[in-house]
Design a protein around this ligand. Structure first.
Ligand SMILES: *Cc1c(COP(=O)(O)O)cnc(C)c1O
Length: 296
């Protein structure tokens, strides 16, 4: 069920803009359901739940959330019950993501989009006695960075100089910044539009020394906003799937990999530069695309 972490080599000249080689750490292949970065982000939250003698975890997410499905499955594996607070009224037909989460034993509670903003209020109303271990939306937090940082020992990340990844909460990015070596530049690509507090939320996970490391957050590759897409983005996904043999999801990894292709093509890279893209998974999210669009 779990496999070693494969590194895919994308050879010179295959990408639309950047003509050099890029390696891709295929975290999407870690596990068939708890795909990508979520497995690493959840690890220490689940340990905290178990060591705190909790019998259940609870968390928040949208109807196509990779975090929701990862929590549902990881809780099942850990022998914990699981509650999902879902953004928006219950639809007539559940999304494939929610159907699968429920099939893995997650109990779903739907809350309106306006109520959803008050996470603390929901937690108080749903769980007044504190019987659930609450994992923040998206697995944000220091415990999440701890699991991500372990990638530095599990894979030869030390051999790379320029590392790119998609950013939602920034927990994965913060984990990489923590592990970063002096010759490495870490780039996060935000998939959110107008996320004014994102940078602050990332630096809140870092020490003053870590903040001074070589890292950046790119905020111009959201393609209209979270889960929005354009024909150019879908074209790029199709090129990557068909010509490069790299499947991407339209919410996160396609936007981040597009950014890598553009940025590296415009950068004056030293001859010994070795770029790495972190494929953070999320391919299940393509289920919300109509058939055939992504070429997957
Ligand atoms: C959740 C997710 C991210 C974002 O990770 P953060 O640690 O929240 O920034 C990126 N890519 C994929 C595919 C994801 O599912």
């Amino acid at each position: 069920m779990f496999s070693l972490l494969p590194i895919q080599k994308i050879h010179d000249g295959l990408l639309p803009h950047y003509k050099g080689q890029v390696d891709v750490l295929r975290l999407d292949k870690v596990h068939t359901i708890v795909s990508g970065n979520k497995w690493f982000k959840l690890k220490y939250f689940l340990e905290a739940a178990k060591s705190g003698q909790f019998k259940s975890i609870a968390t928040f997410g949208g109807a196509y959330s990779n975090h929701i499905i990862a929590c549902a499955y990881a809780a099942k594996l850990s022998g914990l019950a699981c509650l999902g607070i879902i953004r928006g009224e219950q639809p007539a037909a559940l999304s494939p993501t929610l159907r699968e989460a429920r099939a893995h034993g997650m109990e779903l509670i739907f809350v309106s989009r306006s109520d959803y903003k008050d996470k603390a209020g929901i937690q108080q109303a749903v769980d007044p006695n504190g019987t659930h271990y609450w994992i923040p939306e998206g697995g944000y937090g220091l415990l999440g960075t701890k699991g991500i940082r372990e990638l530095y020992t599990a894979t030869p990340i030390w051999t790379y100089t320029h590392i790119f990844m998609a950013v939602g909460t920034g927990t994965t990015l913060a984990g990489f910044i923590k592990g970063a070596l002096p010759y490495q530049q870490i780039t996060g690509v935000s998939v959110l539009k107008n996320a004014y507090s994102l940078k602050e939320e990332i630096t809140a996970l870092l020490t003053p020394q870590e903040i001074e490391k070589d890292w950046q957050l790119l905020e111009n590759y959201h393609f209209g906003g979270y889960a929005k897409k354009t024909p150019a983005l879908l074209d790029f996904m199709n090129i990557c799937a068909k010509s490069v043999n790299l499947p991407l999801d339209f919410v996160y990894t396609a936007k981040a990999f597009f950014a890598l292709d553009m940025e590296l093509s415009q950068a004056a890279l030293p001859p010994d530069a070795k770029p790495l893209f972190i494929h953070t998974g999320g391919l299940q999210g393509n289920q919300s695309l109509s058939d055939g669009i992504a070429g997957l």
